[in-house]
Write a protein that binds this ligand. Structure first.
Ligand code: BEZ
Length: 256
């Protein structure tokens, strides 16, 4: 395939729950940093199927969840949550939230991070806080290198340019937050080797979909198997357990 265009990720709530239930489960530290209080109005940006949105609501806050994926929003609504389909780049709220929260979603909003941050800032009341965790610089580096090697060996040109994730450094993201008018209270890159509940093939099928979909359907399973083999010496232990080389960027900022 000659095009450098990356196919879109398609989200299926059941597949996500099977291969990626660790994503909200590992969201406890960022939830703690948010420290939601009863009566607060909080926006959960990239809420997915609403597992963490539900926890924020359980703290007594009124929560609105938004996500670009209609399937995930349907799953969040099925939990009884106020969840709406909306892309992170197109937030249209004005001065109505005490806090905006986001877990494991901002790195998918690669094309216009400043539009996302500007929308968050508009959505907050003066003094409101933006508390989030996303993939940070170097996140899943081994996995990315292996996928790119597989795709290039199979004739996909410009595979590296098609990586669908934005994993910023501390300096990059701090500068964007400050340029949008935020004051940054805390920001840190946190290495977090992450045990994968199924295996590497399951992870690649779910999260690597936009990359592997650049190959003809008949080649995709072989390409995933090739990528898994290349990763085995570095991410699979002697008992067959897989660990993802995750690095998180966690931060708290406030609107003055
Ligand atoms: C993450 O949550 O850090 C992540 C998700 C998908 C691909 C890579 C990283």
């Amino acid at each position: 395939m000659e095009s450098s265009e990356t196919p879109k990720q398609e989200w299926k709530a059941d597949n996500y729950a099977r291969h990626a239930h660790f994503v909200p489960a590992l969201g406890a530290p960022v939830l703690e940093l948010l420290a939601p209080r009863p009566g607060e109005r909080i926006l959960d940006l990239g809420c997915g199927d609403g597992v963490l949105t539900e926890k924020i609501a359980a703290a007594g806050a009124t929560v609105v969840g938004v996500d670009a994926a209609p399937e995930m929003i349907a799953a969040a609504q099925a939990r009884g949550l106020d969840a709406r389909v909306c892309a992170g780049e197109k937030l249209a709220f004005a001065s109505e939230f005490d806090a905006v929260f986001s877990n494991a979603a901002l790195h998918w909003m690669k094309s216009a991070p400043d539009a996302v941050i500007a929308g968050v800032k508009r959505a907050l009341k003066p003094g409101g806080r933006f508390v989030a965790e996303m993939g940070g610089h170097g996140c899943v580096a081994a996995i990315i290198v292996s996928i790119v090697a597989t795709l290039e060996r199979r004739g996909v040109t410009g595979a590296a340019a098609g990586i669908p994730w934005y994993f910023p450094t501390v300096n990059d993201y701090r500068a964007r937050l400050e340029a949008a008018g935020f004051r940054v209270d805390y920001i840190e890159l946190i290495p977090r080797p992450t045990p994968l509940p199924t295996n590497m093939a399951g992870w690649l099928e779910l999260f690597g979909q936009p990359l592997f979909n650049r190959l003809p359907p008949s080649e995709r399973q072989d390409a995933i198997a090739e990528t898994v083999e290349r990763l085995k010496p570095v991410l699979c232990d002697e008992t067959g357990r897989w660990t993802g080389d995750y690095i998180r960027l966690r931060f708290k900022a406030h609107a003055p």
